[in-house]
Design a protein around this ligand. Sequence first.
Ligand SMILES: Nc1ncnc2c1ncn2[C@@H]1O[C@H](COP(=O)(O)OP(=O)(O)O)[C@@H](O)[C@H]1O
Length: 300
Amino acid sequence: MAVLSRCSRAVTAATTPNAAAAKFSYLIRALSPFSSSSSTFDADNGLNSRIKPAVLGTLKREPKDRNVQWVFLGCPGVGKGTYASRLSDLLGIPHIATGDLVRDELASSGPLSSQLKEIVNQGKLVSDEIIIDLLSKRLEAGEAKGESGFILDGFPRTVRQAEILEGVTDIDLVINLKLREEALLAKCLGRRICSECGGNYNVACIDIKAENGKPGMYMAPLPPPPQCASKLITRADDTEEVVKQRLRIYQAMTLPVEDFYRSRGKLLEFDLPGGVRESWPKLLHALNLEDEEDKQSAAA
Ligand SMILES: Nc1ncnc2c1ncn2[C@@H]1O[C@H](COP(=O)(O)OP(=O)(O)O)[C@@H](O)[C@H]1O
């Protein structure tokens, strides 16, 4: 769509968040024809009662409703990809991970490839312009296939990215995944990806003992299915040094994004109580989505 490529170019040229937002607006408005039907958050209620009606409202899929537009926030290794992809399967909404878009670009040996490789392998953030350009193209391709709604993972990662997104579409809910710091590094180092299907697994077995009044935590490994076992690869940026740098950059650049959404009443804080088996049902409960899973299991 011409409008979309015009917008990608416009964002590249923009110098301030407002200018970028104004130009980028063509893009997401074109992708979200129903973006004015935003969720209603009741700031006077408690967190769950504030979130649940919004979630339910967007799941009703009444004729004029669009699909949900959610964002996953959280430190490297917290499990954004795992939970976003499960929710994407459950709700039939695309899971768009900007880290995957960057890795696809790296693998393509396109013009950006060597520039990106250097940035990513040092644990640094890619420029807002490049990431918005990659995201625009992904959204455009999705729109052409009739996609509606999204679960974003890894975007926004700076306040400027959040301002641009907020300026152009309504994000219904931001799920902020939290995990004890001791577990994050081990989770990144244990991460394995199937080179064929892209599935995410983890060989780390996290067993934090209770200490000084703090409870222990156990997270079982997430093993690959037999067909993926011989095709596992490790991300080049999942080395100890680079993960530590990514964690530092998260604190500096992405923590303020949590505040950005918190102040707008869109942030759902979710403390992961353990591994997927323990955490998934609790996350569904927090999102009031247990019925969706029951329906899916019954249909299977
Ligand atoms: N929104 C973004 N802004 C800038 N850089 C990004 C963004 N998303 C991904 N990247 C780049 O891609 C890398 C991998 O991203 P991701 O897979 O989301 O990693 P993480 O495990 O650190 O959450 C990041 O370290 C960064 O270089």
